[in-house]
Design a protein around this ligand. Structure first.
Ligand code: NAD
Length: 373
């Protein structure tokens, strides 16, 4: 049985998701290229050792460069705060490793472009953590659109809302620093954009407005620090084929926990789903007796691949970590040379970054702005 050596940098929220995905992917999908948990890196040696023991990695280091120098590491998971992605991903690629880097790609467009160039030059596989495209619901919606079920798509609206920044007294953290990027745009809007690549395309022009509902947040010493990012972004979109769209992102939306509400309107019907209820989608077809027309809700089941790989019973549901397992599987497919692996690579990732930076520019200039897509 062939194996691939895994290196994991960072063990917070996403680091644990990657560790669970690498642990579960072979059992779920029967991989013939089996992950081996080789090396874990954290900010210091003690934390790295503790997490390596918990997650089952063979060795650990308080210096991520030691992980990259490890000849037994074939793939590096980068799950650190945004500002580190470019340096870590580029160093890994230059050392001949494949990379699975969390979104957003980088905080500066020039850094994302360097990542893309380094990936091209290395010939290695380099993909980003856009897990929501892995939801079997999203695959089914794509198939319905491709099959013409709702006719020609003329409008897409996606709202992404969570409330982890709604409390004005929540402590200042790295997501409030300008070094992390723009805020709602690169933290959230990139996810709806990743979905748009599957449903239609990226937008070619954008008109954006951002706002900052909380001006300052408390520090550990009791003082307050001004928030440097925007937690809310509202964006109008124009797509190359003439369709229009709306993208809104809000990290300070009380009551919303993991909402990504997608509506896709076509000439013959409408599809909608919400990631908070990610095991179902809704379809309206504009045909038949108007007296009985209405949305119908379809629950996920084993007929919606790859749901069947997890559980044979319909309606029982997959969760967020399962999307990460599917993402790891698609990365392994890419490593095996499968041209149709369902991944967002650094090429598409850079195009997504182009949209985000165009949105920030539009906000600053107050006008429609081309994205380059
Ligand atoms: P986090 O703060 O929970 O975890 C970050 C981890 O990185 C911490 O354990 C920290 O100690 C470690 N770290 C920081 N600097 C390091 C260094 N120099 N060397 C080694 N380790 C270091 O953050 P998070 O919420 O897990 O976010 C991490 C990344 O994941 C971000 O880029 C974020 O945008 C992305 N993310 C993606 C999703 C998704 O749905 N795909 C969801 C949440 C976060």
């Amino acid at each position: 049985m062939k194996t691939i050596g895994i290196g994991l940098i960072g063990t917070g929220y996403m680091g644990k998701c990657h560790a669970l995905a690498w642990t579960g992917v072979a059992a779920t999908f029967g991989e013939t290229l089996r992950p081996r948990l080789v090396h874990l890196a954290e900010v210091n040696a003690d934390l790295a050792h503790t997490k390596a023991t918990e997650f089952g990695f063979a060795r650990s280091s308080g210096d991520w460069r030691a992980l990259i120098a490890d000849p037994e590491v074939d793939v590096v998971s980068v799950t650190t705060p945004n500002a580190f992605h470019a340096d870590m991903a580029i160093a890994a690629l230059q050392a001949g490793k494949h990379v699975w880097c969390e979104k957003p790609m980088a905080t500066a467009l020039a850094d994302a472009a360097r990542m893309r160039e380094t990936a091209r030059a290395s010939g290695r596989i380099a993909v980003l953590g856009y897990n929501y495209i892995q939801n079997p619901t999203v695959r089914q919606i794509e198939a319905l659109i491709a099959g013409g079920a709702i006719g020609t798509v003329n409008h897409i609206r996606i709202e992404m809302d969570e409330d982890f920044m709604a409390d004005a007294e929540a402590p200042f953290n790295w997501k409030n620093e300008a070094a992390s990027g723009y805020g709602a745009l690169d933290d959230f809007a990139v996810h709806p954009l990743s979905l748009m690549t599957r449903f239609l395309s990226l937008p070619s022009e954008v008109l954006a407005d951002m706002s900052r509902p909380v001006a300052s947040r408390p520090l550990a010493d009791g003082s307050r620090r001004a928030v440097e990012t925007h937690d809310i972004a509202n964006v109008l979109l124009r797509f190359p084929g003439g369709a229009s769209g709306v993208l809104t992102a809000n990290r300070a939306a009380w009551g919303r926990k993991g909402r990504i509400f997608v509506q896709i309107f076509g000439s013959a019907g409408t599809l909608h789903f919400d990631q908070e209820r990610g095991n179902e989608f809704n379809l309206y077809l504009a045909k038949g007796d108007p007296a009985t027309q209405g949305f119908r809700t379809v629950l996920l089941g084993p007929q919606h691949a790859p749901y069947d790989r997890f559980i044979p019973a319909p309606g029982h549901g997959l969760g967020f970590n399962d999307l990460k397992v599917i993402e790891a599987h698609e990365l392994i497919r890419a490593l095996n040379g499968d041209a149709d692996a369902r991944v967002i690579d650094f090429e598409t990732g850079l195009a997504i970054e182009g949209c985000v930076h165009a949105m920030a520019k539009s906000h600053a200039d107050g006008r429609w702005t081309p994205t380059g897509a």
